[in-house]
Design a protein around this ligand. Sequence first.
Ligand code: GAR
Length: 195
Amino acid sequence: MRVTVLVSGGGSNLQALLDAQDAGRLGTATITAVIASRAGVYALERAEKHGVPTAVVSRGDYENADAWAAALTDAIERTAPDLVVLAGYLSILPAQIVTRFTIINIHPALIPAFCGAGMYGLRPHVAALARGVKVTGATVHYVNEIPDGGEILAQKAVDVHPDDTPETLQRRVMEEAEWVLLPSAVAQLSMNNVQ
Ligand code: GAR
């Protein structure tokens, strides 16, 4: 199963996928391409170190949303993916992409809590602490036209500690939930794919 990973930042979730692949824990899936939403992000370095081909499709390089969407569609199409994984990809994908490929996303909260447009990166953790929840976590879900609205594939809960800051909570959610959940969801889908 060919997997194209879309990234926007540090790429720790991409790293978890690459490590799982190296350890034989990614089922029949292979990370065959990484596409970033901007140049210079550390995720690109992680991909290059691993010998995975990369591309950058940056919204700012295109005149309008349609031109960007067409370029991103072409870039993904060229990688011929069976599955597209959003691993910290922070742009909302246009309908033409969402309907064309099978896409999953990792979200750093227990959907339907702390999700939707504008809830990305540190923000779900800021919101979780502000609301005073005692448990949060991460969700892997299919991507459809509603931000964070697609079918849920897997979730993992993580305790909130009384002295948590958004940063400490983000780190614990990554370590205990995201880096485990995303590779295991990809492995599971690859096994379904070959049956
Ligand atoms: C991760 O916490 C991921 O769940 C989140 O961004 C971070 C990216 O980190 N994604 C979203 O908020 C999507 N709505 P990474 O670049 O180190 O994987």
